[in-house]
Design a protein around this ligand. Structure first.
Ligand code: ZN
Length: 159
């Protein structure tokens, strides 16, 4: 899933439970659940499997990640005045944490060299929907669905 989706859903969960530690934990759990659903993310263009231990991001993936990060920042700036309670922030961090730990090329190799990092990577990968032919074929539809989901969650948070 996109970082924007993970952050908003994690944040919404944190806000719903109203407790920062629980929000963080449930945000992280939501990450794994969301990744199991067939979805669009820039990883669908990467042929590198986690077996090799590392993602290699080409220009297209970097560009998409940049747009995703900017969208996330933009949404958080819009939400800041109304919704950003501590449980929301904790849930959003929980939602983002798995990808931040497991998928960022700058520190991915180092993290995978640790025992816990390797286990997180294995678990993350085992749950992630990875049938890339299906995802690539339906990339645009899956992206539109995810943007609609983001819109719905954004609307829910605003309520
Ligand atoms: Zn993930």
């Amino acid at each position: 899933m996109l970082l924007t989706t993970h952050i908003l859903i994690g944040g919404a969960i944190g806000q719903a439970v109203g407790n920062a530690p629980l929000g963080f934990a449930l945000g992280a759990v939501s990450h794994f659940a969301l990744d199991a659903i067939p979805h669009f993310d820039p990883g669908i263009w990467s042929d590198v499997t986690k077996e090799s231990g590392e993602n290699i991001w080409d220009k297209k993936i970097w560009a998409f990640v940049a747009v995703d990060l900017l969208a996330t920042l933009g949404l958080l700036i819009v939400l800041l005045p109304q919704s950003l309670s501590l449980p929301f922030i904790a849930g959003a961090l929980g939602g983002a944490s798995v990808d931040l730990i497991d998928n960022v090329p700058f520190w991915q190799r180092k993290i995978h060299q640790t025992r816990i990092g390797k286990q997180i990577g294995k678990f993350h990968n085992s749950l992630h929907f990875v049938k890339k032919e299906i995802l690539r074929k339906n990339a645009m539809a899956l992206l539109v669905v995810q943007v609609v989901i983001i819109g719905l969650i954004f609307w829910l948070i605003e309520l």
